[in-house]
Design a protein around this ligand. Structure first.
Ligand code: DX5
Ligand code: ZN
Length: 225
């Protein structure tokens, strides 16, 4: 996994057909997805359940790009090894998930993965600052986590503040929630380079995925009309 700041579209399989996730991943990657985003929910940190490390492991052989796992679970630390074994490239935990985020990020890197730190919409950018040296990615939630299809919350000032804190460091800045062609430009202009999109990509005819991913990318790159 190499580092660059080009716009990357990361479809979230939360909005895909769960009865055929392998085919959905192949369709999204064939349609131009740069990363695949996997949302893990525990019914405790967020009020919804999705899937865990066994499903991630089963999907690993179907992912040819980057396996980007977003943990919405607490506690995180007891399951880090399970997600490393499942083959995650990036493992992101929420700063709100526990009192010892330095330990969590160290453990994620120690298990051989890139470490991500997610911030809920109500958490200020400053919460990430003392942790940046242990981060390979910062994820700004633009909805309260737990469900796909929610309305975008404007976090432009936070994204821009984090982009400034990151500076030249090789740390991705990812946004997640309510991202589509209408909202992607705000996030990208503020400095995000990884754009997660669930309901704006999946659903309906897989033949449409290329157009949907292309529209988000073009909007983010400022060429969408
Ligand atoms: C929300 C998840 C998101 C979600 C995004 O808790 O972290 O990744 O799938 O879905 P949309 O793009 O529909 O808002
Ligand atoms: Zn997510």
């Amino acid at each position: 996994m190499t580092f660059d700041r080009a716009v990357k579209i990361a479809p979230s399989i939360l909005a895909a057909d769960f009865a055929q996730l392998g085919a959905e991943i192949r369709a999204a990657e064939g349609a131009g997805a740069d990363w695949m985003h996997l949302d893990v929910m525990d019914g405790h940190f967020v009020p919804n359940l999705s899937f865990g490390p066994a499903v991630c492991a089963a999907l690993r052989p179907h992912i040819r790009t980057v396996m980007d796992v977003h943990l919405m679970i607490a506690p995180v630390d007891p399951l880090i090894t399970a997600f490393a074994d499942a083959g995650a490239d990036v493992l992101t935990a929420h700063v709100e998930a526990g009192p010892h985020p330095h330990r969590t990020l160290q453990a994620i890197r120690g298990a051989g993965m890139r470490a991500g730190l997610a911030l809920n919409p109500g958490t200020p950018a400053a919460a990430a600052e003392p942790l940046l040296e242990l981060c390979d990615l910062v994820l700004v939630m633009t909805v309260n986590p737990g469900f796909g299809g929610q309305s975008f919350l404007d976090q432009t000032a936070k994204i821009a503040a984090l982009r400034g804190m990151i500076g030249d460091r090789p740390i991705h800045l990812e946004v997640d929630g309510g991202i589509g062609p209408e909202t992607a430009p705000k996030a990208a202009q503020a400095g995000a380079d990884v754009l997660v999109a669930g309901s704006a990509v999946f659903g309906g005819d897989p033949d449409d995925y290329a157009a949907r991913i292309g529209a988000i990318r073009a909007a983010a790159e400022g060429t969408w009309t």
